[in-house]
Design a protein around this ligand. Sequence first.
Ligand code: P6P
Length: 340
Amino acid sequence: SNEEPPSTDIITLTRHVLADQFRMGAAATGDLTLLLTAIQTTSKFIATNVRKARLINLVGLAGETNVQGEEQKKLDVLSNDIMVNSLRASGKTAVLVSEELEEAIIIEDRYKGKYCVVFDPLDGSSNIDAGVNIGTIFGIYQIKPESKGTISDVLRPGSEMVAAGYTMYGSSANLVLSTGNGVNGYTLDAALGEFILTHPDIKIPPRGKIYSFNEGNSMYFHQPVVNYLNSIKYPTNGKSPYSARYIGSMVADVHRTFLYGGIFGYPDDKKSKSGKLRLLYEAFPMAFLTEQAGGIATTGTKRILDIVPTSIHERCSVFLGSKDDVLDLAKFYETVKEGT
Ligand code: P6P
């Protein structure tokens, strides 16, 4: 038959990261590879449960009991639990920060490793019932030299992260990852249980034709944002207006921005004084990936990765995407008159 023979040289995520490690030579201990294996396991578990959520009533409210009579867990609680357990069991982590947990987890000495993982186990979970793509977002710091692993190891600029990524749960499970040498995308082959390299070396187009904002907040937008949006909706240079695409799930909006270009924005406004998105486990990982893919991520006036967090759940203003589009946005902050 003219069927293509199956590839016998598949590049799994683990093999791809290991290749990175070989490139790094003796310095690499394999710890990051093992940590990423634990993260892959959590993404496979979450992907499976997101897929069958409606069948086993996992999208319902917590408090219902299932056939075993045990407390029914909401999908995001379930996702948090698998991440905490898998990351702790890896023996490679010292500090965990989750969107679902008020306090950071300091891993007990027996299981303590040299990495800190900040994560949103299931971002966009309010969209689950509508079948909209949702995702896991994570960022990884190494603990500071001499540190035993404390909260101070994660209250650091995103520029000090060593890796960041997300897994988007949609028609397939896509894991997008950077360990500091560019961005690669992997697709879960459920039959193999492996994430396979499908999007090598993702680069954001320098300019796009899409803007992605929740314009339902327009009444609250500060003047620079209003001026910028007007400039691409009512262009005066004879160019055609940009197209609006807004899914309302950060992982999905960012993933499209990486592949198609354009600008995603969730700015601070008169209602959300510090913006809505969380700095540590939404803005930092997405900004890390954006820069590694050749784009720009800014608050409007400051590079997001330069922000020094003061608390683990603080929020920040986010614009990210194609270099030229985000630079255009930033110009409207430079020309802003005081006090508008
Ligand atoms: P809004 C989802 O709840 C989320 O945290 C992000 O995934 C998403 O980008 C944003 O909030 C959507 O917020 O106010 O537009 O519904």
